[in-house]
Design a protein around this ligand. Sequence first.
Ligand code: F6R
Length: 241
Amino acid sequence: MKIFIAKDYNEMSRKAANIIAAQVIVKPDCVLGLATGSTPIGAYEELVKRYQAGDLDFSEVTSVNLDEYKGLPKENDQSYDYFMREHLFQHINMKASYLPDGMKEDAEEECRRYEELIQSLGGVDLQLLGLGHNGHIGFNEPAEIFEKETHCVDLQPSTIEANKRFFASADEVPKKAYTMGIQTIMRAKKILVVVSGADKADIVRDAFFGPVTPHVPASILQMHSDVTLIGDEAAMAKIPR
Ligand code: F6R
């Protein structure tokens, strides 16, 4: 595992953007695996700047996202589709970008379709990941086993409670989500994890320097042969030196 400690969020974002940009330059028709959440926003901003400056071209790049809420239309500003358009897709010339379709009723069929789509693209060249406070990656929450492929998860009551504030009422908060599985993520040729803030310091230590266990889903990344971890000083404060 390669580890970079950045002095702050901005430096973390620039370093992450460097790695994504390098991937696009070296393989212009690559497949990028993308994430939502607050951590990658700065890296997306950097990529947009470089595209606007004429230094990056995404015209042959395809992206697949990690996850999407089930039951939210793309137009809903809480959908991950909306997030990705707002922070990245509407600003650059990406050839094609895919997320699980949150409006598909048949969850099994949608999971199969998304998994096959990723395989039909030739797999993911570089997967960008954020890290949940409980060690989740995508919506792969702590569990007794590592869930393999794209699947539909029941959101934990704590997640529903935490998300309530973004919706008009608690009833509108999605109860389920689609997510790439652990095996789907582990099949990516390269993985880039971004972490920021003191509140992530314990989980960074546990996930990358503790035992590999489905109780800390991100710990499986220790078994991947090409992982880069970029964190700001606060998030990396507790890793063994
Ligand atoms: C987002 C995702 C989540 C986030 C994680 C960290 O697509 O799959 O696993 O990466 O919850 O979120 P932030 O970056 O908001 O701390």
